[in-house]
Design a protein around this ligand. Structure first.
Ligand SMILES: Nc1ncnc2c1ncn2[C@@H]1O[C@H](COP(=O)(O)OP(=O)(O)OP(=O)(O)O)[C@@H](O)[C@H]1O
Ligand SMILES: O=C(O)[C@H](O)CO
Ligand SMILES: [Mg+2]
Length: 418
């Protein structure tokens, strides 16, 4: 086995181990073992909600009164005793979202202060858990959300607006459940782990204002009629006293796990950030500049080194190729280190799907570009056309994990050996 093949095997091990550490069942079971919960209602929303609910049922069993799961189409993995499972629309809410949310609200209405609701929250929750505010229709919400997404609004801007159009976001779900208590377990897919932004913070006081929401709509030139404006002006709760939140999985946990596995494999790890953002190909250049610094000056960490970055880059898609932000970052990195020995990079979406592809990301090395060229692919042209999937496919560098069931942003690891 060549050194490059060994390093590729090691980086795959690091990625696999770090994602396993934030799988919903592992994270939920760890937290539930610290809690004394009896006669709880369970509500699970988001793309990881089925597995979070299943883990809860495995641990709490008879202590569950009843539960509801609202997940994305195709993400239910079967029945769970005492639970009703709904699938609904993502990234835009649909009729099934409204129907399932109404069932949740019915289940947790008229509870007493002695009741507890275990609320399992994961990314995708904003689309999957929705009841439009009085005076707003589902169509209004779908149209405004779609326009914001297509205008490139970031998740903070998107959810600031969504919170002001909803009866269950921005702390309003906690108001509905009161005086019962909410125990909220969160898998964070928002950089910085802002609890009022993850799934639009249904049980968390809203730090944004009506004014913020109106300014965002103005910034993206999204016109609204007077009655929608009046709805937005109805301010969201700024304090909530019946909910406690615990983040049980996030990109921080993924990076820490990657670092510990790297040590086990004999590398000196360094976590540079857990909030990496920006255009994927620019991030690749910056990351590879650090790798070159390590190779040239053995700093900021000595070889054998494991450079670790967590976050979520973006891609301005201009071409008509196929790919995702992690695949694009990997392809750009491959171009940057072409011909270099002893360097391997992996860039992966922890949910196992990177862009509209079956790949989770890519693993590249100093020979990737040569392999692409040998198969007749011009990597520069493919990058220009946003066709990272096919470029990486030609060099055998696609990383395919299948849907992992978790959803805690992306991780990039670079291994450098002497
Ligand atoms: N050809 C392409 N090349 C690079 N990136 C692309 C391409 N097509 C789409 N994308 C990017 O993929 C992004 C969506 O990817 P993905 O579904 O992994 O995002 P996500 O944040 O994980 O969403 P979800 O929570 O639904 O998984 C889009 O925002 C877009 O920028
Ligand atoms: O559902 C959402 O709002 C996003 O996934 C962020 O949590
Ligand atoms: Mg994804």
């Amino acid at each position: 086995m060549t050194k490059s093949q060994k390093m590729r095997q090691e980086i795959s091990e690091i990625i696999k181990y770090s994602i396993e550490k934030v799988l919903p069942d592992v994270a939920v079971k760890e937290e539930l073992n610290n809690l004394q919960l009896n006669n709880v209602y369970v509500v699970a929303i988001g793309k990881a909600s089925w597995r979070m609910a299943k883990a809860t049922a495995d641990v709490l069993g008879k202590c569950i009164k009843k539960g509801i799961v609202i997940t994305k189409y195709g993400h239910s993995e079967g029945n769970i005793e005492k639970f009703i499972i709904y699938e609904a629309g993502h990234p835009l809410p649909d009729e099934n979202t409204i129907k399932a949310t109404d069932e949740v609200l019915k289940m947790v209405s008229n509870l007493s202060e002695n009741d507890t609701v275990l609320f399992l929250v994961s990314g995708g929750g904003s689309a999957l858990f929705e009841k439009p505010a009085e005076g707003v229709t589902l169509e209004n919400i779908m149209k405004i959300t779609d326009k914001l997404m297509k205008s490139g609004a970031n998740i903070y801007e998107l959810n600031t607006v969504r919170k002001h159009l909803s009866q269950v976001k921005g702390g309003r779900f906690a108001e509905h459940v009161a005086p019962a208590k909410l125990k909220v377990l969160v898998l964070s897919d928002v950089l910085g782990d802002r609890l009022d932004m993850i799934a639009s913070g249904p049980a968390y006081p809203d730090s944004t204002t009506s004014e913020d929401a109106l300014l965002i709509l103005k910034k993206y030139k999204i016109n609204i009629d007077e009655n929608i404006k009046q709805v937005i002006l109805r301010e969201t709760p700024k304090s909530v006293n019946n909910a406690t939140h615990t983040i049980i999985g996030n990109v921080e946990k993924v990076c820490q796990a990657a670092a510990s596995k790297a040590i086990e494999l004999g590398y000196n790890p360094m976590i540079f950030t857990t909030t990496l953002q920006g255009e994927a190909r620019e991030a690749a250049k910056f990351i590879m500049s650090i790798a070159k610094e390590v190779i040239k000056n053995n700093r900021p960490v000595g070889v054998p080194a494991a450079l670790i970055f967590g976050g979520e880059t973006t891609v301005q898609v201009r071409g008509n190729g196929v790919g995702g932000r992690n695949q694009e970052l990997a392809l750009a990195a491959a171009l940057d280190i072409a011909g270099m020995k002893n360097v391997v990079l992996a860039s992966v979406g922890t949910d196992g799907t990177d862009g509209p592809t079956d790949a989770a990301g890519g693993i590249i090395d100093g020979d990737s570009v040569q392999r692409m060229k040998n198969s007749g692919v011009n990597p520069v042209k493919y990058l220009e056309n946003n066709d990272s999937y096919n470029a990486l496919k030609s060099s055998g560098d696609l990383l395919i994990t299948g849907p992992t069931g978790t959803n805690v942003n992306d991780i990039i690891v670079v291994l450098i050996s002497d």
